[in-house]
Design a protein around this ligand. Sequence first.
Ligand code: FAD
Ligand code: 2HG
Ligand code: ZN
Length: 472
Amino acid sequence: MSHLSEAFTRALEQVVGSAGLIQDPERMNSYLSDWRNAYRGKAALVVRPASTAEVAEVVRLCREASVALVPQGGNTGLCGGSIPDDSGTQVVLSLTRMSAIRAIDVANETITVEAGVILQRLQEAATEVGRLFPLSLGAEGSCTVGGNMATNAGGTAVLRYGNMRDLTLGLEVVLADGRVWDGLRGLRKDNTGYDLKHLFIGSEGTLGIITAAVLKLFPAVHSLTTAWVALPSPQAAVDLIGRMRTLCGDRLTGFELMSRQSVEFVLQHVTGCNDPFNEVHPWYVLIELSDTLVNANLAQMLEDGLGEALAQGEALDAVVASNDAQVAALWALREGISEAQNHEGPSLKHDISVPVSSIPAFIEATDRKLKDAFPGVRIVAYGHVGDGNLHYNISKPVGTGDVPFKAHADAIMHVIYDATIAFAGSISAEHGLGQAKREAAQHYKGAVELELMRTLKQALDPVGLMNPGKLL
Ligand code: FAD
Ligand code: 2HG
Ligand code: ZN
């Protein structure tokens, strides 16, 4: 039963048509919980506008009626940012019908896309014109450009190309009062005052609705080589990434670290994944080199680097993929971790970052504290080590129920975040704050920083109808 007046609902329907309005509880269901089922809310209705003008009109009507909006893209976020609260009064604004690729300017190396475009479709559109859109993450088959912008998504190619913020030149945003800011400029240089797009990137829907973006394109990749390497320790990973960067420079486009525990979950739960080695090793990295040249001789470069690493004891073993199927099999071992961990019960996810040089000490200190305080917890540490970004996730001890484990969630989080701050890190490097880390941010971010954030929120969303209860 909707909490909204009939007149308001009718006005919305006039804007978006019957195809753009969902009120049936069963059809709303998939918009009300996240991928892991870790967050569940209620909504008065789901509205799906198909153009910027429709989004603007929906926002204006909501403002007039004091109805809060929860923007939603592919709903693949991992911190509950796109899920409404349980009041049943909020409206989910899904951008998935805004899925046009508006323009491609090959000479300017830009693509202009609407917020609902699926990331994989964007990558394909770039490939079709002989270019690369480099953002790449496990959820790319269902996450949207709007969600990528709103969370400043990272992924596995940040090492070479940067995160969504680095890939964005212009934005179109519907502001909290329904006005449209047209900042869709495809310029590499523009120093005409405050760079407003950066306010909205990473704002998790709390300042406005992103409806379109101008994004950078890059030359297509023509050579690629991929290896799976066993390592004795995280320190070896830091040494190896330094070695590979010295040797290969920007050709090093992927360097993902995984603990044995992470890989073991994948081997147990993801069909078709096999251990590339006969022996068990404590740590692994997946290395990718790529180049725009057709004959870049990457295999030789990789062999040289790995040869030195093996000789120094930095690497314990290595396999190099020799065809596309083997490349895919190695990435499946890495990308399968999120799904595999779900099979082990509730997972406590932490997407922290510390300086790359501090990763080994962070892991050692935090592992020790957690194992002392919570015997038996399984630490599933992996991630984008070249960005200093670790998914330092925790699964419950074998034989423990979900409820007693969840009772420790806050205490476990504090051990991890205290260590993160002690190593001059960030409590969220990738997924954002959403509902999950909102309170923690109040505790761990500085007073001045929080005050500035509140000032911006107040200026751009004075009535507080843009995704309330998230981020701040
Ligand atoms: P949603 O989940 O729908 O929304 C995310 C947030 O953005 C919410 O706060 C929502 O309100 C807001 N939002 C959505 N669209 C808009 C809009 N148009 N305007 C304003 N606000 C909006 N993330 C990474 O960074 N790196 C990874 O490597 C990575 N890997 C993942 C792997 C898996 C298997 C999964 C399930 C998730 C992964 N994620 C990763 C998290 C997630 O995919 C990203 O955060 C993604 O960018 C979210 O996009 P979405 O369209 O699903 O957004
Ligand atoms: C990844 O790098 C994602 O695989 C997801 O950011 C991390 O599931 C997670 O915790
Ligand atoms: Zn990640």
